[in-house]
Design a protein around this ligand. Structure first.
Ligand code: ASP
Length: 425
């Protein structure tokens, strides 16, 4: 049986077990499911353990073997532009749907009161967390590590990427007798990381069952009911983004068959969905890119780690819909100018969100504060409204985020190929 078939079965089985526990209020089943959740968390730790050595080694090797620094600048520029462009499209889709469907005007006032009283304290604590989040200038500044070992030790992705590229570029400037054994060493590290991922992935089905079972068992179905229209708008927006934006990018820019592409990346999507973390999924997406999609290492090892940190279309789209929903409930409509502001802030905020569970709802504070400035709305009250379904939406948005990263890798690889053809190299 293929691995993704096993993971899919585990996902469905976990969801069914969780649903049964929830629907029939089976305390024993719920306790069992919550008790086995550490199996899932242990697996997330295992796969996260590989992230730093894998990203560092593969980026050093990838950069050092580019042979040409200008190529790096070209790939970097294209990648960032592509990421920003697709994210802005995602936000626009979210806004358009929210204007059309108006989820905020379809919620019943009693449910609203319930949400507010249940989640207000948690909403306030998210606002506190967001206050500690660095500003955009700080994010850019923090990209340059003061001490690369510190960045590696704390797993800060952007400074690691920065240093690895710088180091790889320096290596490529050395004479080959100096360079080759260092590159050989990191190549070995990279391959060993890939072997670890293969091993860890064999355990993925058990982890997925444990993770999904516990999430669904804990989840209150009543919340889903009261936020159904809102959740559907978020999900439909993401569906549209994948079906149109990514499919078009694959067909016209990457010139690959979308159906085949989506089939090959299923494993990465399932892991993203189950872990709600782009960072934890990174080793899987790198493996999928190199082995299934046959994307060159030098492109995959650059585009994917960067994407896991800065490219979050699912998160940005969600922030747009959540902001519109909260505004529609609390203050009524917001103007088109303010909505244009949402396109900008949601795109930037999604860059600032880390690839970990619930990062999106913390950064949502930034978008809310900007969009609702002057209305006197307390962001904590806004967040309290949407917090109940956040975990479920987080799973889906992470799957979209990872799909976006892999699509980008295919697009960038193709454009490099075309460039090489045109310039005869
Ligand atoms: N969990 C998401 C991710 O890792 C981030 C978010 O919360 O939106 O991609």
């Amino acid at each position: 049986m293929q691995l993704y078939t096993k993971i899919s079965i585990a996902l469905v089985a976990g969801a069914v077990a969780g649903l049964v526990a929830n629907l029939f209020d089976l305390e024993i089943l719920r306790t069992v499911l919550v008790a086995i959740e550490p199996i899932g968390n242990a697996w997330i730790r295992l796969i996260t353990m590989v992230v730093v050595p894998l990203v560092f080694a593969s980026l050093v090797v990838g950069t050092a073997s580019l042979g040409d620094i200008s190529k790096l600048g070209r790939i970097g520029g294209k990648t960032v532009l592509y990421y920003l462009g697709t994210t802005a499209i995602a936000v626009t889709i979210g806004l358009a749907l929210s204007n059309l469907i108006r989820p905020g005007s379809r919620i019943d006032p009693e449910a609203l009161e319930g949400l507010r009283s249940t989640y207000m304290a948690e909403g306030a604590s998210r606002v506190e967390l967001a206050r500690d989040a660095p500003s955009l200038v700080d994010i850019l500044l923090n990209m340059i590590p003061r001490n690369p070992i510190e960045a590696l030790a704390s797993g800060d992705m952007l400074p690691i990427i920065f240093f690895a590229i710088f180091f790889g570029a320096a290596l490529s400037a050395l004479p080959s007798e100096r360079r080759d054994h260092v590159i050989g060493f990191f190549d070995g590290v990279n391959e060993a990381a890939m072997v670890m991922i293969h091993w860890i992935m064999r355990l993925a089905p058990y982890a997925v069952f444990a993770l999904i079972g516990a999430v669904i068992a804990r989840f209150g179905l009543g919340v889903l009911q009261s936020l159904l229209v809102y959740s559907l708008v978020v999900l439909r927006g993401r569906g549209l983004h994948v079906a149109f934006t990514y499919t078009a990018a694959l067909r016209f820019l990457a010139r690959r068959g979308p159906r085949e592409f989506y089939r090959k990346i299923r494993e990465a999507q399932l892991i993203a969905f189950s872990t709600s973390s782009s960072n934890a999924t990174l080793p899987v997406s790198m493996e999928v890119a190199e082995e299934k999609l046959e994307i060159e290492k030098e492109v995959a090892s650059f585009v994917l780690p960067l994407g896991a940190t800065i490219n979050m279309d699912g998160t940005a789209l969600y922030q747009a819909v959540a902001t519109m929903f909260i505004a529609q409930v609390l203050v009524g409509d917001i103007s088109f100018t303010a909505q244009f502001g949402i396109v900008l802030t949601a795109t930037l905020a999604s860059i600032g969100a880390a690839g970990v569970p619930s990062a999106g709802i913390i950064i949502l504070v930034v978008v809310l504060e900007q969009a609702l400035a002057g209305t006197g709305v307390d962001p904590a009250a806004g967040i309290a409204l949407v917090l109940g379904v956040d975990r479920l939406l987080d799973m889906c948005r992470t799957a979209v985020n990872v799909t976006g990263d892999l699509t980008a890798a295919a697009v960038i690889e193709r454009s490099e190929y075309d460039y090489a053809l045109k310039h005869g190299s």
